[in-house]
Design a protein around this ligand. Sequence first.
Ligand SMILES: NC(=O)c1ccc[n+]([C@@H]2O[C@H](COP(=O)([O-])OP(=O)(O)OC[C@H]3O[C@@H](n4cnc5c(N)ncnc54)[C@H](OP(=O)(O)O)[C@@H]3O)[C@@H](O)[C@H]2O)c1
Length: 212
Amino acid sequence: MKIGILGSGNIGGALGRTWAAAGHVVMFSGSRDQAKLEGLAQQAGHGASWGTLEEAAAFGEVVLLALLWPQVLEALPRLVPVLEGKILIDASNPLTPDFVHLAIGHTDSGGETVARQLPGVRVVKAYNSVGANIIGSASKQFGNVTAPTLFFCGDDAGAKQTVAELIAASGFEPFDVGALSTARFLEPLEQLWVEILKSGIQQEFILSLLRR
Ligand SMILES: NC(=O)c1ccc[n+]([C@@H]2O[C@H](COP(=O)([O-])OP(=O)(O)OC[C@H]3O[C@@H](n4cnc5c(N)ncnc54)[C@H](OP(=O)(O)O)[C@@H]3O)[C@@H](O)[C@H]2O)c1
């Protein structure tokens, strides 16, 4: 599958490399540093390339949104025509500029805001509350669990099926938590993740579901 990566930082870099290793063809974009994009494409291999946000959005059958919130709001309006009909995985969190609070929450979410800005785009929220270090790690093992659950939500069943396959390809068990409005609960998980980190534990943890 051809995947456009909007935002090639911690999350975009880790997911792009992971999906390329699983056989997908990725195009990185969104860095201010061209050499960084070139390096990422080289590391990822499997035909990976780099370009502008518009080029990556046009390239992908599926497009990953992994920009910081101010850049999400700035970039989306000009990407509307090129993204129409595509699947967009929204991994972003609508954080305030100081990264301390959610700018949107309780009765709305970043995921829904993104979907409203992109009419006709099949938005699926995923990967927003898992550390980039875990995504980029070859092993996803935690105790006896080899593929921890990764939550996703959206309103388009076909898009969710495709995203579930990409989640599985990245080493997680996809776990569908419902409609896109459930992003109202997934986005605060990122804040919980930050609070847990403040306890002094290392980043080698995941917010996941255990069943028995
Ligand atoms: N980090 C995580 O573990 C994690 C986990 C889950 C979800 N998320 C979410 O995923 C999104 C991306 O997070 P990230 O940690 O991957 O972000 P990041 O590494 O800081 O950067 C993401 C992208 O934005 C660009 N960028 C950074 N600062 C910029 C600025 N001031 N102006 C213009 N472009 C800028 C970066 O390019 P440059 O090379 O130019 O810096 C990069 O392409 C966020 O919405 C975050 O909440 C992050």
